[in-house]
Design a protein around this ligand. Structure first.
Ligand code: GCU
Length: 597
């Protein structure tokens, strides 16, 4: 059935393909005039994908009493957008498959105005129609996409239909297995974005390489050039610069200005205004340098120790995919309370608000694409998929000072196909952004007695080595950690990107009893002691800030489909280990780097 539906779809595509998915970008929709389409949408759960054949995208109504129309969005159950569907309806908690969303909206067309429909994210595949016209599709659950609808949108009433399908796929990114809930739906905001005929599609404003007294960047214009100069202004610094737009719509500029540098202690952001013709975009950007020197990471030229924590984009207290500023601020405030200056956003790009808050709150960020565990490494479309997710997240977040690390993968097997795949992804990342550090979370080590060596061939191509190790939980005892001696084949900074143990808040016992707070706290004590002797250690991000839903964790009375390795329960309760790590971070923050080496 579903295959037939897809063939039908292809036929329909050929027939009705209008707007295209732009691989370019409309930067900073937050800083633009936009009309929110968030709220309550009509929804049809369609496990057999009948909707393609029955053409739900037409949102048809029976014209006569004998007309056969076997769906009716208006009388169908509602789903909130943004939000995953799994936590909105008990019956959808485990649902994986297609769900159709539909909403009407009225719109007033304006002269010389281009209109786009923008999605913050939709997990995992989305197909979009406006007034029955197919706009296009997008793959990847965690990055933004949009369609230009200037010619399709009606002056008056419109009907937008989106089919979202979170079916896991062997050739997908991620593929069939993850240790997080496969939340489906329009998980982030949907909005109409307006821009003049000539508009600023993308831009980069950063410190010039190896300079702290020069700002450089570029602005990419789209549309019919009326003006061929762009203006870049930093009002607070009385800086204003114009630059010529070349034939490709690109204008490059350099500004002599020594900004106050952004850092976790002083997260200084400048209001930056970019304009061309009738279009202008305002952003808040910080300036900092990030580099490595031997086994150290240097922020603004000084060694920094990354006191971090991993977190999922899981909503505190209510579970489900986090999407609001409130969700994000709660999670990041907990990280700050822990004494962290760094967060690893696992294992996929989190919402834009999260990284903008990290800018404001002063948290360095590790951002990752969901190349997680095992993928079809030899499959060119899987590589293309990973590349497009990387391109979209870098385009969205390139001006965020908080982001210092792009992570290419998590816990992937050491084999030729994988290493080749990652080499290509790393090269692509460097092409897209040469200003940030490239890393991956590795987990395969060679063992001899108490000696462990991280000698993953991909290490050669990374700037920073991430290491996930679970001594004391998946292997050995917590005490083994202290006896372990680490070696690294590549002379590069190392971040312990994961270690941890499960614990149920309020479950108490001796330090040997699994899932007690005492077991988890004891494991953290020994891990921290081990880190004291770890060469090349430049940072850490234990697993994990808060308990999160996982389909791999069914243990009754303990897990209940939650991964319980949080230092904080999903209800916001701090476990003993939270205070163990907080104490270490506070002492470390006070005494700086030397305490670890
Ligand atoms: C892995 C993985 C995480 C997972 C964690 C765990 O290392 O990277 O996604 O949740 O371990 O097992 O709890």
């Amino acid at each position: 059935m579903r295959l037939v539906a897809r063939q039908m779809l292809l036929l329909l595509c050929a027939a009705g393909f209008a707007a295209t998915l732009s691989s370019a970008q409309i930067a900073n929709v937050e800083g633009r005039t936009s009309i929110s389409l968030d709220g309550s949408w009509n929804s049809i759960v369609d496990p057999y994908e009948t909707g393609i054949q029955s053409r739900y995208f037409l949102n048809a109504k029976p014209k006569t009493k004998s007309d056969l129309v076997e769906y009716d969005f208006a009388r169908s159950p509602k789903l909130r957008v943004p939000g995953d569907w799994n936590t909105q309806r008990e019956s959808l908690l485990f649902y994986e498959g297609p769900v159709w969303y539909q909403r009407d909206f009225s719109y007033q067309k304006r002269p010389h105005t281009r209109t786009f429909v923008h999605f913050g994210a939709a997990n995992y595949q989305a197909r979009v129609w406006l007034n029955g016209n197919r706009l296009g599709e997008h793959t990847g659950g965690f990055t933004p996409f949009y369609f230009e609808i200037t010619d399709q949108i009606a002056d008056g009433e419109n009907s937008l239909v989106v089919e979202v399908d979170n079916t896991r796929r062997a050739d997908g990114v991620p593929a069939l297995h993850t240790d997080w809930w496969n939340y489906g739906g329009l998980t982030r905001s949907v909005r109409l974005v307006e821009a003049p005929e000539e508009f600023i599609a993308d831009y980069s404003v950063q410190l010039a390489k190896n300079h702290t007294d020069q700002i450089e960047g570029w602005v990419q214009i789209k549309g019919t050039p009326r003006e061929n100069t762009v203006t870049v202004e930093i009002p607070e610094a009385r800086q204003k610069q114009t630059a010529q737009v070349d034939s490709t719509g690109r204008a490059s500029f350099r500004m002599q200005f020594k900004p106050e540098l952004w850092s976790p202690d002083k997260p200084k952001l400048y209001r930056v205004v970019l304009s061309v013709g009738d279009d202008n975009v305002t952003d808040h950007i910080g300036f900092r340098t990030i580099e490595t020197r031997g086994t150290q990471i240097l922020l603004n030229g000084k060694p920094v120790f990354l006191r971090g924590i991993c977190l999922h984009e899981e909503a505190p207290f209510r579970s489900g995919r986090a999407f609001s500023e409130e969700d994000d601020r709660t999670l990041l405030s907990w990280a700050k309370e822990l004494g962290a200056n760094f967060v690893r956003l696992a294992h996929y790009p989190h919402n834009e608000e999260m990284v903008r808050l990290a800018d404001q709150m002063g948290l360095l960020v590790w951002e990752e694409v969901p190349v997680y565990w095992d993928l079809q490494w030899q499959n060119p479309s899987t590589l293309e998929n990973a590349k497009s997710q990387l391109r979209e997240v870098i385009a969205r977040d390139r001006n965020r000072p908080a982001i210092v690390l792009w992570s290419m993968s998590n816990e992937t097997p050491i084999d030729e196909g994988r290493t080749e795949f990652l080499k290509q992804l790393i090269a692509y990342a460097r092409q897209l952004d040469s200003t940030r550090l490239i890393t991956s979370a590795l987990n395969h080590t060679d063992r001899s007695g108490e000696n462990r060596t991280l000698n993953d061939p991909i290490g050669e191509y990374l700037d920073v080595l991430g290491l996930n190790e679970y001594i004391g939980w998946y292997e050995g005892t917590p005490e083994d950690a202290e006896r372990t001696r680490w070696n690294f084949a590549h002379n590069k900074p190392v971040i312990i990107s994961e270690f941890g143990a499960g614990a149920v808040f309020g479950l108490h016992g001796d330090t040997e009893t699994r899932f007690t707070e005492e077991y988890q706290a004891n494991l953290f004590q020994h891990q921290i002691a081990m880190l004291q002797h770890m060469p090349a250690l430049a940072g850490m991000s234990p697993w994990v800030l808060m308990d999160f839903r996982s389909p791999r964790r069914p243990l009754p009375g303990i897990q209940e489909y939650y991964n319980r390795k949080g230092l904080i329960s999903d209800r916001g309760q701090r476990k003993q280990a939270f205070y163990v790590l907080q104490k270490f971070y506070r002492e470390n923050a006070a005494s700086g780097l030397k305490d670890v080496h």
